[in-house]
Design a protein around this ligand. Structure first.
Ligand code: BGC
Ligand code: MG
Length: 552
């Protein structure tokens, strides 16, 4: 048996439902661990740190892109889907990640960026050569209007028109992100086949699933109709910062097209033999949950969609949490969300929501109780805040474009901090890592927290362990989701196990009448309240009550 076949074979016996309720740890590989001193994190660095990741109790890792790339969007611009960029290592290093993760019983999800490629991808190089080559139709090419302007009003999220002129073809091509990230044309069957081959390539190499970048952006309107303007009172900035005119449109024709479902069905069929799971990133400020409902319905599409509801600027109130859950029930009754508070695109939530340490802990516990799967972003388990990155150190083209009203995404992408003793926090031996290590972070390094029983890292471990100890919390249904004042509460249940969860997201004590039953607290080690005497519960500010009822 070849080495690769062994990796694959060992993993075919996994439970097809492994993703439901899973806790997924997101690694931004440039900033996790640098093993070769070049100032950039790499795959060998991830291998070194996998025992740490496993010690958190997570089910899976999602690794942001490590494929060959000119790195204009730091790997979200792929020039070879089936190889590793030399700065991250080689394919054999990826095999080592998979082997080590599987030894530790951690699943591996990779980030497939299928909506667009880099302009350096050989497919684009060929496509742009003329209008008649074999790949002439692989990207979204269009003639100018009579007056020479772009074919329609579609915008790029990274600023300006979504259309870039190409003198060679005397045509525009569409790019929803950078001009160096041309969108693939999903109307071309050969494009879909090539992308399905990419998925197959990695499944054969042993991956357990995918995070699918911008899954609702795949297909565009064939007639290239203009997007309608979005009235000012309907605009919200969960996807793009408020200073971005991208928020001024309803993206009716440039994304969310019904034809996406056909491709997703084909992709799922490729995944089935491997019991692989996918979480599709649905970026849409208005219709996100509705699209989640469409894409996760039944069992022939995606298992999960990654939701933006808790990535927004405002700290969720009790009512917001209840409303989001009610909308999921209405709009995605048959579906499954994957929640996140932080990722490589948004300001870290402890800063974004200006959380007190107690509030931060409560939201962690809450995420482990919500119906859905959960993503934790590297460093979140250390309670890290957003790093302050000077303009002169800025790397993110998005931040450079909109500075200073929007500072881009570098503040959440600075390197992970492992030890307090070293200037780069144990991330790298380089003089200057690709982004500076935040000196504010160093006191909160992993090593410093491991030695402190009160540190937040242990809270994350306990919250994750609580979820795993109760199948109702992992895979169960939820009902009775309600907010009264600052308390949000609900019951999770599965096969007779019932878990009642209540959270006081306010600064004052609050009372709650408990549902009937004998409730026994299971969250003492998460500063959970004791069971009340009688049936009224008083929760201190930022206190939780999580309790099991013996099965009836
Ligand atoms: C990724 C971003 C990336 C964009 C374009 C997003 O949703 O998370 O980091 O810039 O897709 O690929
Ligand atoms: Mg390196």
């Amino acid at each position: 048996m070849t080495k690769m076949a062994q990796v694959t074979a060992g993993h075919l016996d996994k439970d097809a439902d492994w993703w439901r309720g899973a806790v997924i740890y997101q690694i931004y590989p440039r900033s996790y661990q640098d093993s070769n001193g070049d100032g950039i994190g790499d795959l060998a660095g991830i291998v070194q740190r996998l025992p740490y990741i496993a010690s958190l109790g997570v089910d899976a890792i999602w690794i942001s892109p490590f494929f060959t790339s000119p790195m204009k969007d730091f790997g979200y611009d792929v020039s070879d889907y089936c190889d590793v960029d030399p700065m991250f290592g080689k394919l054999s290093d990826f095999d080592a990640v998979v082997a080590k993760a599987h030894d530790l019983d951690v699943k591996v999800m990779i980030d497939l960026v299928l909506s667009h490629t880099s302009d350096q991808h050989p497919w684009f190089q060929e496509s742009k050569a003329d209008r008649t080559n074999d790949k002439a139709n692989w990207y979204v090419w269009a003639d100018p209007k009579e007056d020479g302007t772009p074919p329609n009003n579609w915008l790029s999220i990274f600023g300006g028109s979504g259309w870039q002129w190409h003198a060679g073809r005397e045509q525009y091509y569409y790019h929803c992100f950078l001009t160096s990230q041309p969108d693939l044309n999903f109307w071309e069957p050969a494009v879909q086949d090539a992308l399905l081959d990419v998925a197959q390539f990695w499944l054969k190499r042993g991956v357990d699933g995918f995070r699918l970048d911008t899954i609702n952006f795949y297909t565009h309107d064939k007639e290239l109709r203009d997007n309608p303007a979005l009235p000012k009172d309907k605009r919200n900035s969960t996807i793009a910062p408020s200073v971005n005119p991208y928020n001024h449109q309803e993206h009716l024709y440039s994304k969310n097209r019904p034809e996406n479902l056909d491709f997703l069905r084909k992709l799922r069929a490729v995944m089935v033999p491997y019991n692989a799971a996918a979480v599709g990133e649905v970026g849409d400020a208005q219709r996100g949950l509705e699209i989640m409902g469409e894409y996760t319905a039944g069992d022939d599409l995606m298992q999960m969609c990654y939701a933006f509801e808790f990535l927004s600027g405002e700290q969720p109130s009790a009512q917001t949490v209840a409303d989001v859950m009610a909308r999921v029930d209405n709009e995605a009754a048959d579906g499954w969300a994957c929640w996140a508070y932080s990722n490589h695109d948004v300001v870290r939530h402890s800063t974004r929501w200006a959380l007190s340490p107690d509030a931060q802990r409560l939201f962690t516990t809450m995420m482990m109780c919500l119906r859905g799967s959960a993503c934790i972003y590297q460093g979140e388990e250390l309670g890290l805040g957003e790093a302050d990155v000077a303009y002169s150190d800025l790397q993110d083209p998005y931040g450079i474009e909109f500075w200073p009203e929007f500072k881009g995404r570098d503040g959440c992408r600075t390197p992970m901090v492992w030890e307090p003793s070293n200037q780069n926090g144990g991330f790298s031996t380089a003089q200057r890592p690709w982004l500076p290590v935040s000196q504010d972070h160093i006191a909160n390094s992993v090593a410093a927290q491991e030695d402190d029983p009160n540190a937040i890292i242990h809270h994350y471990r306990r919250a994750i362990a609580l979820r795993h100890a109760h199948p109702a919390l992992t895979k169960g249904d939820h009902d009775g989701v309600k907010a009264i004042g600052d308390i949000v509460y609900f019951t999770r249940s599965l096969n007779g196990e019932k878990v009642f969860c209540a959270f006081n997201v306010g600064d004052a004590p609050a009372d709650l009448a408990l549902p009937k039953g004998a409730w026994e607290s299971i969250a003492h080690d998460l500063s959970g309240a004791d069971a009340p005497v009688g049936d009224t519960l008083t929760l201190a500010p930022w206190q939780v009550f999580i309790a099991a009822s013996p099965s009836t």
